[in-house]
Design a protein around this ligand. Structure first.
Ligand code: SF4
Length: 329
């Protein structure tokens, strides 16, 4: 990796086949960042354990997700794509950083409180320490840049505090304080038109689905609830299909839908067909690449193994410096 370029780190939980929300919120940005920075993208399987009821699909979810990342255009020769648990030094650094992290701050974090609210029966030790593991992820690879949406900013600020605390406690500058790259993360609603797109709510559209599967999902999309009959004028401002048009359709088509919907000049079925065609056309190259990568047996595993090897060499050197700074014999 080039020392002159900034080093980006980002982690994503292994959630299997990716949907439009993942694509617009993260993957597209991951692909773009490669042109400017050295990037380390990590599939954070250890983080996933904090909330997972079962690990049955962990392996296949990791594989499917990596395949979608690669199909979308991540370049594993120039960057590092790997699985968190393949580099065990991260757990070592996590333990060391735990000793400079005040417990009260962890339990005060709004994200922790939210997780407790969502899942009161599974408030485990790992969940409390989640931000410390995240700090270990970033600092182990000496990443100085982390792409985050505005709602994630407090996490990075907290990671910076942990780094300062460690460096101060051990009079060192071994760990690098990460900076945020503010990223616009659009809130992508599911086909129900009300909740954020998510697999668990089954309101998602897979990026690697077939054109026919995509069409079927789009046809289920909730539109302007006031537009009951074809002859009713609609309001694109409250319609999720229109929000998607703004991302995937041409300026002319967006303008046309905006005008025609308001005077019932276009029906929702035709409007959805237009969106489906544009979405399928946009995703066609990704789907083709995915099919060709899938046809190479062992390819994804090779990418992840090679990524882990390169990540491991950075991690081994950082952990040696950390231990020396701490005074561990
Ligand atoms: S015509 Fe299109 S924008 Fe208007 S309500 Fe129907 S789906 Fe939404």
């Amino acid at each position: 990796m080039d020392a002159e370029r900034g080093r980006v780190f980002s982690g994503a939980r292994p959630t299997g086949r990716q949907h439009l929300g993942n694509y617009l919120g993260a993957i597209r940005n991951y692909v773009a960042l490669q042109d400017e920075y050295d990037c380390i993208y990590c599939i954070v399987d250890l983080h996933a354990l904090t909330t997972m009821a079962t690990t049955e699909n962990l392996g296949s979810n990791t594989n499917e997700m990596a395949l979608d990342f690669l199909a979308a255009g991540l370049r594993p020769e120039e960057n590092i794509i790997f699985v968190q648990s393949h580099v065990p030094q991260v757990t070592e650094l996590h333990t060391i950083l735990s000793m400079v992290t005040p417990m009260g701050k962890l339990t005060d974090l709004p994200t922790f409180k939210e997780k407790v609210r969502q899942n009161p029966d599974n408030v485990n030790y790992g969940l409390v320490g989640y931000p410390v593991l995240m700090t270990a992820d970033i600092t182990l690879y000496k990443a100085n840049l982390v792409p985050v949406g505005i709602d994630q900013a407090p996490h990075i600020e907290f990671a910076r505090e942990i780094v300062r605390s460690f460096n101060y406690r051990y009079s060192t500058n071994v760990l690098v304080e990460p900076q945020m790259i503010n990223t616009e993360v659009p809130k992508v609603l599911g086909i129900d038109g009300s909740e954020k797109m998510s697999k668990s709510l089954n309101n998602h559209i897979e990026i690697a689905g077939t054109p026919e599967e995509t069409r079927a999902r789009v046809m289920q999309m909730v539109t302007d609830p006031q537009r009951v009959r074809r002859s009713d004028p609609g309001n694109p401002g409250v319609c999720n299909v229109f929000s998607m048009h703004k991302i995937f359709s041409s300026t002319e088509e967006v303008a046309m839908v905006d005008v025609e919907c308001r005077k019932a000049g276009i029906g929702c079925v035709d409007c959805k067909k237009l969106f489906t065609n544009n979405l399928n056309a946009h995703l066609a190259p990704l789907r083709e690449r995915r099919a060709s990568l899938e046809a190479k047996p062992g390819y994804v595993q090779e990418v992840l193994d090679s990524g882990a090897k390169r990540a491991l060499s950075i991690a081994a050197s950082t952990i040696a410096e950390v231990k020396e700074a701490v005074g561990l014999p």
